[in-house]
Design a protein around this ligand. Structure first.
Ligand code: PBG
Length: 341
């Protein structure tokens, strides 16, 4: 970068690039479009019900029939992908997470219903991790001494991933952070003839306190014993994310993800600079709750602050963003496009 080649003031006046809207548009380096969005949705059992998530105002959990209305909205708005998270009924949670392998579990039924109704008009992503199915709320299987077993968990994740892929999901999102799971899932998909399924690895997933509202939404928070620091990354580490990414890519991931988003945009930039595959970022539940709370108080302008925060993800290098604001953003973008003519 040759900053020194620029004319010094007064010949150099950076404000000349900002004087009018047409100039600002002309020199704009990044933009946010509907094509950047993945919309996470929560699914519950039953019929004709929507339940609000108290710590995420504006977010609801849907029974499958209601979910279809919401997915239709996503299709109409042009959102490319929805990501499904089931809130499993209590009686179906167990130490071995067996419900994760049930071909008729909630998430598989939801995937099939979306596929059947909308075909390829929208992509469906599912989460690969055991926490919606375990009685203890951990993403992996618990050993005798309370440790999270790695290789035993991988075997379970492979069954879960195949189950979701057979139901018709387009993108698998392993969010569990076990070592070696991407390779094992990729090999199993190949063997099963499911080689078209995309793996978006939650590569740099940090042991973050920003997931609190999500755990309420899927009902794993209250039952969670201990924390996830033996598998999710230490928020103090950046270089370690490079190693996680190199491993996931070598094991067959198609794209990688950083999570949470806004407090970790340095990691998005780092991975973007080192790897050529698409890099995604997740604006997680706690980030959503923070923005919502401040906006509800009238302390921040919701439209402006959400657009600015997501544009910052793009500027950091994100190719796409998982956000609970996806539908709002898609609507705002349409409004803006109309206003600009
Ligand atoms: C669980 C999972 C979590 C999120 C996505 N998948 C929570 C966790 O790891 O405890 C967080 C999403 C959010 O906070 O919005 N495997």
């Amino acid at each position: 970068m040759s900053y020194d080649l620029h004319a010094p003031y007064p010949a150099g006046r950076p404000r000349r690039l900002r004087r009018t809207d047409f100039l600002r548009r002309l020199v704009r380096e990044h933009d946010l479009t509907v094509d950047d969005l993945i919309w996470p949705l929560f699914v519950i059992d039953g019929e004709k019900r929507r339940e609000p998530v108290p710590s995420m105002p504006g977010v609801e959990r849907f029974t499958i029939d209601e979910l279809l209305h919401t997915v239709e909205e996503a299709v109409n708005l042009g959102i490319p992908v929805v990501s499904l998270f089931p809130n499993t009924p209590d009686e179906k949670r167990s130490a071995d997470a067996a419900e994760a392998f049930n071909p008729d579990n909630l998430v598989c039924r939801a995937v099939r219903a979306i596929r059947q109704r909308f075909g390829d008009a929208i992509g469906v992503m599912t989460d690969v991790a055991l926490d919606p199915y375990t009685s203890h709320g951990q993403d992996g299987l618990l050993g005798r001494n309370g440790e999270i077993l790695n290789d035993e968990t991988i075997a379970a994740l492979v069954r879960q991933a195949l189950n979701q892929a057979e139901a018709g999901c387009d993108i698998l999102g392993p969010s569990d952070m076990m070592d070696g799971r991407v390779g094992a899932i990729r090999a199993a998909l190949e063997e099963a003839g499911l080689q078209q399924v995309h793996i978006m690895a939650y590569t740099a997933k940090y042991a973050s306190a920003f997931y609190g509202p999500f755990r309420d939404a899927v009902g794993s928070g209250a039952r969670l014993t201990g924390d996830k620091r033996t598998y999710q990354m230490d928020p103090a580490n950046a270089r370690e994310a490079l190693r996680e990414a190199a491993m996931d890519i070598a094991e067959g991931a198609d794209s990688i993800m950083v999570k949470p988003g806004m407090p970790y945009l340095d990691i998005v930039r780092l991975l973007k600079e080192h790897f050529t595959c698409p890099v995604f970022a997740y604006q997680v539940s706690g980030e959503y709750a923070m923005l919502k709370a401040a906006c509800a108080n009238g302390w921040l302008d919701e439209h402006k602050v959400v657009m600015e925060s997501l544009l910052a993800f793009k500027r950091a290098g994100a190719d796409g963003i998982l956000t609970y604001y996806a539908a709002d953003v898609a609507r705002w973008l349409r409004g803006e496009q109309r206003a600009d003519g």
